[in-house]
Design a protein around this ligand. Structure first.
Ligand code: FES
Length: 571
């Protein structure tokens, strides 16, 4: 404990008279109906990201109520406050563009308002990363609570869950395997409860990562949104947040370099989303712990995929929860983890694992002796096409495409892709590589989840299910295919991807972690000299901030001035 003022009297508004500041703050807080007895208690802030444009956070009001119950029972005053909320499918051009902005909102509102610890309530893809990034920078004791995954629906006897099944049915519709009436019916059933996407997409992956980092109670990541256990976890989270006031464990003490390596191991073992690499890199960057993509390859080579969830496997998050959750996954790879990492509940990762129910459903969480895949789900590729790296989710890809040279079919932008991909006259075969550029962090489209380039309709109708696809874009964690993403540097910043032409040959070798453009260097220099001048940058507002300070994918697409090492001035 320190002697610094706590509760309502912390961080006073400055009027040049501290006594007046205290008197005025108490007076205005009293207007909300609090007694003086309540206002004298320490405060737990409840930072939540909910809104009408975020379906995944529909049950946040109930979670806030449960957290408050836990805080009050433990003797503190809970005060909730909203921040920006990012609903994945409601933001243009893409939610990633606003993740850093949300993280600044979270950081500054934690820092500026009087609270002694904070509960972070998020769930949808970008909200948990933004909250962890903001909390890492503010470094007030903080604990994460996620909204939890959706439960599955049914269509004609088949289980459905957003959003791997969204893509699967859409691909069948594009291939004329189902009609418009059936795709309309499926549309109503894919996302049928509150909560986040039901598979091992980005939201589920980030929940697992938050737990693996030690920022949540054990077992909290996978419990469905609509399960009563989710509310009990919220209540427990409130109690833990009060305990953190007198025994502060700050984000910088929880999310250490070894804890981040634990999170990478879990990301690999669960067959998690490619997006999580970006987000974990950004979170770690706030604490001065860079993630080296070559080290990711080492971890990937030595970490099996154990979790049998879509899009890598068959099942859904509710099955993972019932099977034993993230602690059961951690137990299976305990020899690969840093067991002495401290968690937000005051126990180490090793103690958590030891205390967890030993029963496990091996259909959802496979034993080391019978993994879904003996190697990790994600690999980083390097070469002249991606000198700073690119990412492939090999566990969700067709291994028959991993070692080959392919002719390039290039799309210059998302608009170009939309206009030509289904053109019956497009010169493309199933053996080609589809290349999409100007979809990276420095492009006007701000790195959307467009890397899952659709199979050209004429090939889809002929039964083609997968092709090599390469871009500087991202891919939804719920998607699948031989899709190389996050090519760095991106085309808009002058990366090699800008120089590729249709008819060129690329060489992909997953075994050698290589991605090469097989064009002679003098020819590439000529092409570089002929590149058009970049578009005029934005001149105001958040667009200006984004254009000036966004980093490449290998640095997590954070703003340079938010990274731990300090402020970088615009060029
Ligand atoms: Fe929110 Fe998928 S849209 S988690």
């Amino acid at each position: 404990m320190t002697d610094a003022p706590r509760g309502l009297l912390g961080g006073l508004t400055n009027y040049g008279d501290a006594g007046f500041s205290r008197y005025l703050r108490r007076s205005f807080a009293s207007s909300m109906g609090y007694s003086r007895q309540m206002l004298d208690k320490p405060i737990v802030g409840i930072c939540y990201a909910a809104g009408g444009f975020n379906n995944c956070h529909r049950d946040v009001p109930a979670l806030i109520e449960a957290v408050k119950r836990g805080v009050l029972a433990a003797g503190a005053l809970p005060i909730d406050f909203p921040t920006i909320s990012l609903g994945e499918v409601f933001l243009s051009p893409t939610s990633l563009k606003y993740r850093n902005l949300m993280s600044m909102d979270v950081e500054e509102m934690i820092r500026a308002q009087p609270m002694d610890s904070v509960v972070l309530i998020g769930g949808c893809d970008k909200t948990v990363p933004a909250q962890l990034m903001g909390a890492a920078s503010a470094d007030l004791p903080a604990i994460q609570l996620v909204t939890g995954p959706m439960s599955t629906g049914r269509h004609r006897g088949e289980r459905l869950g957003a959003c791997t099944d969204c893509r699967r049915f859409w691909a069948r519709y594009r291939a004329d395997e189902i009609d418009a009436a059936e795709i309309d019916a499926v549309e109503q059933k894919l996302a049928s409860t509150a909560g986040t996407c039901a598979v091992m997409g980005t939201a589920s992956t980030m929940a697992a990562i938050a737990e693996a980092l030690g920022m949540m109670p054990a077992g909290a990541a996978a419990v469905p949104a609509v399960d009563a256990q989710r509310l009990r976890i919220a209540e427990e989270t409130g109690r833990i947040a009060v305990a953190l006031i007198d025994a502060p464990r700050r984000p910088s003490e929880i999310m250490t370099a070894p804890a981040i390596e634990n999170a990478l191991r879990i990301l690999l073992a669960i067959g998690g989303s490619t997006n999580a690499i970006l987000h974990l890199t950004a979170i770690a960057g706030r604490l001065g712990h860079p993630i080296d993509l070559r080290h990711l390859n080492h971890l990937s080579d030595t970490t099996p995929v154990l979790v049998n969830l879509k899009p890598t496997g068959d099942l859904y998050m509710e099955d993972l929860a019932a099977a034993g959750g993230i602690p059961a996954v951690m137990r299976e790879i305990r020899d690969l983890l840093h067991l002495d990492c401290m968690t937000i509940t005051g126990e180490t990762i090793g103690e958590r694992i030891d205390a967890w129910d030993p029963w496990v459903d091996t259909k959802a969480i496979r034993p080391r002796t019978d993994p879904v895949d003996p190697e990790g789900g994600l690999v980083a590729l390097f070469g002249n096409l991606a000198p700073r790296g690119a990412i492939l989710k090999r566990s969700a890809a067709d291994a028959r495409l991993f070692e080959r040279q392919a002719r390039c079919v290039v799309f210059d932008s998302l608009d170009d892709l939309a206009q030509r991909i289904d053109d019956p006259d497009l010169d493309v075969t199933a053996d080609d590589a589809l290349i999409l550029r100007n979809a990276g962090p420095c492009s006007p489209s701000s790195m959307p989840e467009a890397g899952y380039i659709p199979i050209p309709r004429k090939l889809a109708q002929a039964g083609v299910k997968d092709m090599i696809r390469i871009s500087d874009a991202r891919m939804s964690g719920t998607a699948f295919g031989t899709v190389v993403l996050h090519v760095s540097p991106d085309a808009a910043s002058g990366g090699m991807l800008a120089l590729v032409r249709s008819g060129d040959t690329i060489e992909l070798s997953v075994a050698n972690r290589r991605l090469e453009l097989l064009v002679d260097p003098p020819e590439l220099e000529q092409r570089r000299a002929a590149l058009p001048a970049p578009a005029a940058p934005a001149v105001r507002g958040h667009d200006w901030l984004h254009a000036q300070f966004i980093t490449q994918a290998d640095q997590g697409c954070d703003f340079t001035f938010l990274q731990r090492q300090g402020v970088t001035q615009p060029a």
